[in-house]
Design a protein around this ligand. Structure first.
Ligand SMILES: C[S@@+](CC[C@H](N)C(=O)[O-])C[C@H]1O[C@@H](n2cnc3c(N)ncnc32)[C@H](O)[C@@H]1O
Length: 185
């Protein structure tokens, strides 16, 4: 019941759960900001970066700064409320290099080979068809691009099994917070 209400394995969260989560993240980001992890990803000026499963946008300010004026950040989420929040943040913080993108029915409208780097944080546990999801990320990444993905709320072993079963990504590095993957294409 709790898992269903709060989104595990069901992709799109109920609106109420999304609003509750956004409130919790406001508190989290104020007292325990998460976005400095992006500094470890090697994001370069001018790159195209995708924040996949962006939620209310805890990472977009830092991502915007790291890619700079010539770069681009796509903040993708399956939930329209997330993209509403992203659009508000873009306007409020003048994040001119960020665009919110709705992945309707789990389908991301970005073109093939768009991104230098994709990060998908605290969301992998919500994805119901992990192979379809990971193949979708493989489609939008450039051949020399990288994916940073964390476990979400599932054991590392389970997350790794899903990644390897997709045959879309090789795990090239990992630490206790995330895995770095390269596309198999
Ligand atoms: C727990 S929130 C985390 C948000 C953000 N990544 C963070 O760490 O602050 C997970 C987000 O992933 C989104 N999500 C879940 N499944 C998705 C999918 N298949 N495609 C895109 N977004 C998805 C949810 O709508 C939700 O906004």
């Amino acid at each position: 019941m709790f898992r269903k209400r709060f989104g595990a394995g069901m992709d799109r969260m109920p609106d109420f759960a999304f609003k509750m989560m956004s409130l919790m993240f406001k508190f989290r980001d104020r007292f325990f900001p998460q976005d400095r992890v992006l500094d470890e990803f090697g994001i370069q000026d001018g790159q195209v970066v995708v924040d996949y499963g962006c939620g209310p946008g805890s990472y977009i300010g830092r991502a915007s700064k790291l890619v700079g004026a010539k770069g681009k950040v796509f903040a993708v989420d399956i939930h329209e409320l997330a993209i509403d929040a992203i659009n508000k943040k873009i306007a409020k913080e003048n994040l001119n290099n960020v665009s919110g993108v709705v992945a309707k029915n789990g389908k991301c409208p970005l073109d093939n080979d768009t991104a230098n780097l994709v990060f998908a944080l605290d969301m992998f546990h919500m994805v119901s068809d992990s192979t379809l999801f990971l193949k979708g990320l493989n489609r939008i990444i450039k051949p020399d691009g990288v994916l940073f993905i964390d476990n979400g709320h599932q054991p590392r072993k389970q997350a790794k099994t899903k990644i390897l079963a997709s045959v879309a990504w090789d795990i090239v590095e990992e630490n206790d917070r995330y895995m770095k993957c390269k596309p198999t294409k």
